[in-house]
Design a protein around this ligand. Structure first.
Ligand SMILES: [Zn+2]
Length: 304
């Protein structure tokens, strides 16, 4: 849950107006049905964009080909429409997404970034299996064995010293010790595909994102992505908002089954007004609870 101090800072951020250079995005992954936590994160992002007159991009991160399914892509569009969330850039529907916006169309962009990282001394090839790496907690002899980066059946890792810390520009600046938790993380997978940490930051640079809203579970990922950004020599300032995870929402109020907090199930048993109401409780919005996105905006403007 949001603490009182966090809520106050969040309200200040929400009330800030007139920052038309604000560019943010919602970036769902079509590897499962969206759940209520995604909805809250998207509503928060939408509010920050709309209150600031900024630009909101819909970006669907679909490089996990093994888990991607068309019904999950469809679910993203249906859920956003049901919630009343609109966006300024990005695909208008599943077909438009596949033909123009899938990450598959940006493989050259990720390859270019990878080639720029080659010029640094950060990368090394790793022939270890996942099990071997886990047993050695992200350390392996490959770091010093000097295998060529393009060796077959190797992943490529980004070298981090154990002492590596990154300070993230959040509601309050937060320092994460990524070297302790994520030594030498993968940026190109064994099958040659770019890994999430690389594609996510390369897309954010490409789309000129200035604000990234995501859950606290991705705090360390943000640190790793900032390390990649730095190694790429990109200096664009990135503001983050890592929100608490949605764990306290009583699923039973919104969905028949307490354990099924997928938006698909919520859509069948409830309405968007209930979700917005729960959202306004989640961010501790003062005053009456809201039942629509325009209510939310009005209320935030009212307490300015
Ligand atoms: Zn290795």
């Amino acid at each position: 849950m949001w603490s009182v101090a966090q809520t106050e800072k969040l309200m200040t951020a929400l009330r800030a107006r007139g920052n038309q250079s604000l560019r943010t995005r919602i970036a769902p992954t079509p590897s499962g049905y969206l759940h209520i936590g995604n909805a809250f994160s998207f509503i928060l992002t939408w509010l920050l964009a709309r209150q600031n007159g900024g630009n909101l991009l819909l970006r669907i991160d679909d490089l996990d080909r093994a888990r991607k399914r068309p019904e999950y892509v469809q679910d993203i569009f249906e859920s956003l429409e049901w919630l009343g969330i609109d966006w300024d850039s990005g695909p208008t529907g599943p077909d438009d997404f596949e033909s123009k916006y899938s990450q598959i169309h940006r493989l050259d962009l990720y390859a270019d970034a990878f080639d720029r990282l080659r010029l640094t001394d950060r990368l090394f090839a790793c022939s270890c299996t996942r099990r071997e790496v886990e047993a050695r907690s992200h350390r392996c002899a490959c770091e010093i064995s000097g295998l060529p980066l393009d060796s077959p059946n190797c992943s490529v890792r980004f070298r981090l010293e154990e002492s590596c810390e990154v300070t993230i520009n959040d509601l309050d600046p937060v320092t994460v010790r990524v070297g302790e938790t994520h030594r030498n993380f993968v940026i190109r997978k064994r099958d040659g595909m770019p890994a999430y940490q690389l594609t996510s930051i390369v897309d954010d640079i490409h789309f000129k994102t200035t604000l990234i809203v995501r859950g606290l579970d991705l705090l360390e990922s943000s640190g790793l992505q900032l390390k990649i950004q730095d190694a790429l020599g990109d200096r664009s300032p990135l503001q983050f908002l890592h929100h608490p995870l949605v764990t306290k929402v009583d699923g039973s109020k919104l969905s028949k089954s307490k354990n099924d907090t997928s938006l698909r199930s919520v859509r069948e048993n409830s309405n968007a007004a209930m979700v917005i109401k729960e959202f306004s409780h989640w961010i501790n919005l003062p005053g009456k609870s809201c039942e629509s996105l325009s209510d939310l905006l009005e209320q935030i403007r009212g307490i300015a």
